[in-house]
Design a protein around this ligand. Structure first.
Ligand SMILES: *Cc1c(COP(=O)(O)O)cnc(C)c1O
Length: 230
């Protein structure tokens, strides 16, 4: 646990260096701390080190931690696969959802978003590596999905998210992230939108993601250490 603050400093150093190399303002890159499988006490330490944005993959686990930490001004992002029977609680307990990949889920989230809350901030997850097993919509379905989601009332479509096939090669990493950047630009042009979000880059590939325009990087291991399960 004592490591968490030091780890966060190192992540910010990596962000600053990558931003400098990409000629981008470091403030344009937001850090989402991915706390799945980690206890509320670890989140509290990250909060005390200045982090307020947390990403969770598993609904029941996230709800318990949200209850424990209810007094802290935290913003919660849902980043895991979404089953239909989970949409109501996600719509009620999160400010962002990065992992919407089909219209049915987006429609339910919009319908179930409480009217007194601000619109849910949504990214469409795209399977840029086109792996059969991965979640995320395929690039050729993206345009029509974005068009439909953008029309839903209680959702603000903000941009795209991806988890590329793992690669240790910087140029391969960049190529996958460049695909997402281009897809976002195409949507903005074709649908006359101004999507501003690219949620891409994790502990192993955040530099490549920042080089290709990431605005949210989702960092678990490099902040909280290795996960023991899941
Ligand atoms: C677990 C997870 C992360 C964080 O991955 P690390 O490699 O631990 O940084 C980011 N995004 C999603 C969607 C995840 O499930």
């Amino acid at each position: 646990m004592l490591e968490i603050k030091k780890n966060i400093d190192i992540v910010y150093q990596r962000i600053n260096k990558a931003a400098l190399l990409a000629h981008r303002p470091a403030e344009d890159i937001h850090l989402l701390a991915v706390s799945k499988t980690k206890p509320a006490s670890a989140i509290k330490i990250a909060f005390d080190s200045g982090i307020t944005q947390f990403g969770e993959n598993y609904l029941q686990e996230a709800l318990l931690k949200q209850q424990e930490l209810a007094k802290l001004p935290l913003t919660w992002h849902f980043i895991g696969p979404i089953q239909s029977n989970k949409t109501k609680e996600i719509a009620e307990h999160f400010q962002w959802v990065h992992s919407v990949d089909r219209l049915k889920i987006a429609e339910r989230l919009s319908r179930q978003r409480p009217s007194l809350m601000k619109p849910l901030q949504v990214c469409i997850q795209v399977n840029v590596s086109e792996e059969i097993t991965k979640s995320g919509c395929y690039p050729d379905q993206l345009m029509s999905l974005a068009k439909a989601i953008n029309q839903l009332p209680n959702i603000t479509l903000r941009g795209l998210m991806t988890i590329p096939a793992p690669s240790s090669d910087f140029l391969n990493q960049k190529a996958a992230f460049a695909k997402l950047r281009k897809l976002k630009n195409e949507i903005n042009q074709e649908l006359a939108l101004s999507l501003d979000t690219l949620s891409m880059g994790m502990s192993e590939d955040l530099e490549a993601a920042i080089a290709e325009g990431a605005t949210w990087i989702r960092i678990g291991t490099a902040i909280f250490g290795k996960r023991n399960y899941k």
